[in-house]
Design a protein around this ligand. Structure first.
Ligand SMILES: Nc1ncnc2c1ncn2[C@@H]1O[C@H](COP(=O)(O)OP(=O)(O)O)[C@@H](O)[C@H]1O
Ligand SMILES: [Mg+2]
Length: 311
């Protein structure tokens, strides 16, 4: 599959709102045009190569979930159909197609809503550091929640934990905070609502993905206010915002294979002598192709659609 890789847009007749690690965002007044590019970041550094189809995959997986979650939460989507985009976007239709959305502009909450059903990533790291896996006592406090001691790496937590984080400034890691801290930042009502909705969305997604052979170990949501209503924004349960594991290979007590996401790229980068600061190294062709294939597999499995539809 040949694909036109888009790593950056420069739409001169539109007003740039923000360039994130992955998305280019243009200001259309009370709306935004969000383009999911093929950029890939690892260790918070944007790498020089794009990954074919990554932007379309992320965008369309999110669109799939937004629809599925409509009974649980309002979302920011207006349309993903380029034919319905405002006239001002039309000149760029070829680049926009499949990878972009028009959304309602929100005032994002300064807290990232992380939910976890398995112990991995920063939670496992902190748990290990605090001696949780062989710990004394019955519980250990990690990411602001109390976990029983004796859990194994990638182990199932048995319930969904809400472990919020504050959004980092560019180049920094997000910082885990306790629920109480999120209440201080957001106020009790909004913090409770964000937590409740996050847990509901996560649990519904887990149930659906499980039937398709994917474990969603953890994920991150963003909410914002639109006309005073708490609304789900950004992306939802994509390979970039979640940890997806193949159910068939799941076993606790070890890290899980990176079948659907950029962990594969991180693993490759760790074999290099690179200090994880800008600029990132060029990726070899075979790493790019295999990474693209992992994203496409996630798309096919979750949405039930064929990758040819993305061409
Ligand atoms: N409806 C919206 N209104 C305002 N901001 C939004 C909306 N949806 C997403 N965003 C913001 O757009 C950015 C998405 O770009 P991305 O490249 O994913 O950024 P990041 O590097 O922060 O992950 C995020 O900062 C997110 O908060
Ligand atoms: Mg993001």
């Amino acid at each position: 599959m040949a694909e036109n890789v888009v790593t950056e847009t420069n739409f001169e007749t539109l007003k740039l709102f923000n360039r994130g690690k992955v998305r280019d965002i243009y200001d259309l007044g009370d709306r935004l045009l969000i383009i999911t590019t093929d950029r890939i970041s690892a260790f918070d550094v944007i790498l020089p190569n794009g990954i074919p189809f990554k932007g379309k995959v992320l965008n369309q997986i999110s669109m799939y979930w937004f629809k599925v979650m409509e009974d649980i939460t309002a979302n920011h989507i207006i349309t993903c159909d380029v034919d319905e985009f405002p006239e001002s976007c039309r000149p760029y239709a070829d680049i926009l197609k499949g990878r972009s959305i028009i959304v309602k502009k929100a005032e994002p909450l300064p807290v990232e809503c992380v939910v976890r059903g398995y112990i991995a990533g920063s939670m496992w790291k902190e748990y290990k550091e605090k001696g949780g896996q062989n710990g004394e006592g019955s519980t250990v406090n990690v990411c602001g929640v109390d976990l029983p001691t004796g859990l194994k790496e990638s182990g199932k937590l048995g319930k969904t934990f809400f472990t919020p984080a504050t959004k980092a400034e560019q180049g920094d890691h997000d910082m885990n905070i306790s629920f109480e801290k999120s209440v201080e930042i957001l106020g009790n009502e909004i913090a409770e609502q964000a937590k409740d909705t996050s847990v509901k969305i996560y649990e519904k997604a887990v149930g659906i993905a499980e039937k398709k052979g994917i474990i969603i170990a953890d994920t991150k949501f963003e909410f914002g206010f639109i006309n005073g209503n708490l609304t789900l924004i950004d992306e939802i349960c994509s390979p970039d915002s979640s940890r997806f594991w193949p159910s068939s290979e799941y076993a606790e007590g070890k890290s899980q294979p990176s079948c659907f996401d950029k962990q594969f790229v991180r693993d490759y980068l760790l074999t290099l002598d690179w200090d994880k600061t800008h600029p990132g190294p060029e990726l070899p062709e075979n790493i790019i192709t295999q990474t693209s294939d992992k994203y496409l597999q996630a798309f096919e499995i979750l949405t039930g659609r064929d990758r040819k539809e993305l061409e």
